[in-house]
Design a protein around this ligand. Structure first.
Ligand code: PHB
Length: 388
């Protein structure tokens, strides 16, 4: 074949393959919308997720599925009232290919609504709202974190082996309510009784009246969900009220992840359950931690892991469609089938797109939530109401 005929043949082959707009798009930058808090009580959580996500992308040469990545960033302030406007900026104005976010369950519910209505792929690297992989489960929605039920249930199993009565206290919104519900389900199944459920509005930190009430009730145990700055303040107030040595305090590991330094002595010895711990014995975690320390000069926490895994999951899906995010059905199939080699240990996704994962018992020691034991292996959210 001479040169001219070869060129003609190649051009013809390309025409048959059909250089569609989607393929043209598959060669440009992949637009990722990061909707996370960078201000407010969950600011540190949002930053850790961003760091983890970017670490994986950097390890992959700045690309996912062979495509260079471009970030569009919105600070959602963990404010549900601004959520729809914020997500619209990413979907309608910036026209991102993928939405990644967020931390706060109420904000994530609003975000997922827009994602559903516009058929935009959404990967949730934290917010645990049970509905997102339950009643509201959807083909375009994936989670690399947990459902609120999961850590609550794991902690309830453990506390149920040790105590018969408990008082719960949390912020009154989806995450707090659902982490208490999961706790109560397992705790009462084990023969315990939740004798009082206390709440205060998010993100209030006036804990004094609640501490007075807990001291008067004298339960065998206290279970709380707070995170970020609010968690640090609560644990310090609990110790200052003299309760730390009289009524054992438990919670999902969010209470002590990324907050131990701020808690000082008050946080030492706290026992929590979570799908991540310091001192896990796996090579992936060791490499991840070394990389994170090098990039950010601080140790990673569960939020960094969840962000890293969001990028890993997206990368696995995009690799299967050679970076062409417009091949939605194939992309979704690949995401569903992905096996994630996470720093937390390997996990796969349930049919509702939520991680099926181990929950660890951890004990706060210095700045670490040290791995003590596995509380529940391969815990799957019940995905109540999911019809997928
Ligand atoms: C949530 O709102 O779903 C949430 C927030 C912070 C956490 C965990 C869950 O640490």
């Amino acid at each position: 074949m001479n040169r001219t005929r070869l060129v003609v043949r190649l051009v013809a082959m390309l025409a048959v393959a059909g250089a569609s707009p989607a393929q043209a798009q598959a060669t440009g930058k992949l637009k990722i919308g990061l909707m996370l808090p960078s201000t407010g009580t969950y600011a540190a959580l949002g930053n850790a997720i961003t760091n983890g996500f970017k670490q994986y992308v950097a390890e992959s040469g700045g690309k996912l599925g062979g495509r260079e990545v471009e970030y569009f960033v919105v600070d959602d302030e963990s404010d549900p009232a601004k959520a729809t406007e914020n997500v619209d900026k990413l979907v309608k104005r910036d026209q991102v290919d993928v939405l990644v976010g967020t931390v706060h369950s109420g904000v994530a519910l609003a975000m997922a609504k827009v994602a559903r209505e516009t058929n935009t792929l959404m990967i949730d690297p934290n917010a645990g709202a049970d509905e997102l992989t339950g009643l509201l489960c959807a083909p375009n929605f994936f989670r690399t974190s947990f459902s609120n039920w999961q850590p609550g249930y794991a902690m309830g199993e453990y506390v149920g082996r040790k105590h018969k009565s408990a008082v719960t206290l949390t912020w009154k919104y989806a995450a707090g309510q659902q982490m208490v519900d999961g706790f109560k389900e397992a705790f009462e199944k084990a023969g315990g009784k939740v004798i009082k459920e206390l709440t205060l509005p998010f993100p209030n930190v006036e804990f004094q009246p609640f501490l007075t009430e807990i001291a008067a009730i004298k339960p065998e145990a206290v279970y709380v969900f707070f995170a970020g700055g609010g968690a640090a303040k609560f644990v310090k107030d609990y110790a200052a009220a003299g309760l730390k040595n009289s009524i054992p305090l438990y919670g999902p590991g969010f209470v002590t992840d990324g907050t131990l330094e701020a808690m000082g002595d008050a946080g030492q010895g706290l026992v929590t359950a979570l799908h991540y711990a310091d001192g896990l014995d796996n090579a992936k975690d060791k490499a991840f931690r070394a990389g994170y320390m090098k990039s950010y000069q601080s140790p990673p926490d569960v939020y960094a892991v969840q962000g890293y895994d969001a990028a890993q999951l997206l990368g696995a899906g995009l690799a299967a469609v050679k970076g062409d995010a417009s091949r939605k059905d194939d992309l979704i199939k690949a995401l569903e089938a992905a096996k994630i080699e996470s720093p937390r240990g390997p996990f796969s996704l349930s049919r509702a797109h939520n991680p099926v994962q181990d929950f660890y018992l951890r004990k706060a020691d210095g700045r670490e939530n040290k791995m003590v034991d596995t509380v529940v292996k391969g815990l799957a959210d019940p995905a109540r109401g999911c019809k997928m």
